[in-house]
Ligand binder design. Structure first.
Ligand SMILES: [Zn+2]
Ligand SMILES: [Zn+2]
Ligand SMILES: [Zn+2]
Length: 321
């Protein structure tokens, strides 16, 4: 069954209806892990591997869908590509435990997939992400991430593009570069800096432990980075993943999303960044998204970014000892 896009007439955004997703295995026992070598997806040994999701939210073929449109309702095929990225053969590993060179390879694979999928005529946006931990809704524990190549620009990206364009037109400066300057100036939300990247808990974070990584140089995507920048990005991601796990001493659940420019067109006002969100708000407390977030669209962040930044900085300090 192909995936469908249904237009939400008053929120003005696409909803994906994808029956295939219902068939995904949910938390199979370890010996039945489909992502381990010998499992159903990977008959051969591998290092880092990308394959198409067997239960995709967006399908390559949508010829069985008949598009229709009246003044209110609109439906079309959800043509896109969903890929799975296996980070390592080691079932018990994670970004926080992988050797740096494995994360470096991951960054190079992301760049490759970003370029490749972006070049497809029907793709408008390539979204690279990782869900980690059962509280986030992860159905397989084996270390992996995903890529959704969308036939439209998703609404959060659209909003970021609109705001950064508006700011750029008015101030002749990049909104993200300006945020970076502010955070570097105010310092109390900074978490970690390396040669080419800066990690901080933004002033306006919606989630507890929301962290952003910005490239220090103004650029729009992985494919505009030098080799050196990609290597430092890997170092940064590894450090942040370790720091998260070290905050409370358990595998920290998170969502990690790459925000890059869309696949087609020119976006000189947009700036590459990575956002991490978590639902942990204390050692044994979880922040659930409920009515106010889902029904009113307003987020309540129970943990001030200044406080979570301090927790993460202390965590990095303990790692370095
Ligand atoms: Zn596995
Ligand atoms: Zn910028
Ligand atoms: Zn963003």
């Amino acid at each position: 069954m192909s995936s469908e896009l249904r237009w939400h007439p008053f929120l003005k955004e696409w909803v994906i209806v994808a029956g295939k997703v219902q068939e995904r295995p949910v938390l199979p026992p370890r010996e039945k892990c489909p992502l381990c070598y010998g499992g159903i997806e990977v008959p051969k040994p591998y290092d880092l591997l990308v394959f198409e999701n067997r239960f995709p939210s967006l399908t390559k073929e949508t010829s069985d869908i008949t598009p229709f449109e009246d003044e209110i309702y609109k439906l079309r095929g959800g043509q896109g590509i969903c890929e799975v990225v296996l980070y390592t053969m080691d079932h018990d590993s994670s970004v926080s435990r992988m050797p740096l060179e494995q994360i470096e390879k991951l960054v190079l694979v992301w760049e490759d997939r970003f370029k490749d999928l972006s070049s497809l005529e029907f793709i408008k946006y390539v979204f690279i992400f990782e869900n980690r931990g059962e509280i986030i809704g992860v159905s397989l524990h084996h270390p992996h991430g995903q890529i959704y190549a969308f036939p439209f620009i998703p609404p959060i990206i659209e909003k970021e593009l609109n705001s950064s364009k508006e700011y750029y037109d008015k101030n002749n400066k990049c909104l993200f570069c300006s945020i970076l300057d502010k955070e570097k100036g105010e310092k109390d939300r900074l978490v970690y800096e390396n040669k080419y990247f800066t990690a901080f808990m933004p002033f306006f974070g919606k989630y507890p432990f929301e962290l952003h990584i910005y490239s220090n140089r103004h650029l729009g995507s992985l494919s505009e980075m030098t080799y050196g920048e990609k290597m430092y990005l890997a170092e940064m991601i590894g450090k942040i993943a370790k720091a998260y796990d070290n905050v409370y001493g358990f595998n920290f659940s998170y969502m990690m999303v790459l925000h890059q420019k869309p696949s087609k067109g020119d976006y000189p006002f947009y700036h590459f960044h990575i956002e991490f969100y978590s639902l942990h708000r204390d050692k044994d407390k979880i922040k659930y998204l409920a009515s106010v977030e889902s029904g009113a669209g307003t987020f309540i962040n129970p943990l001030a970014p200044e406080d979570s930044a301090k927790l993460l900085r202390d965590s990095i300090g303990r790692l370095e000892k």
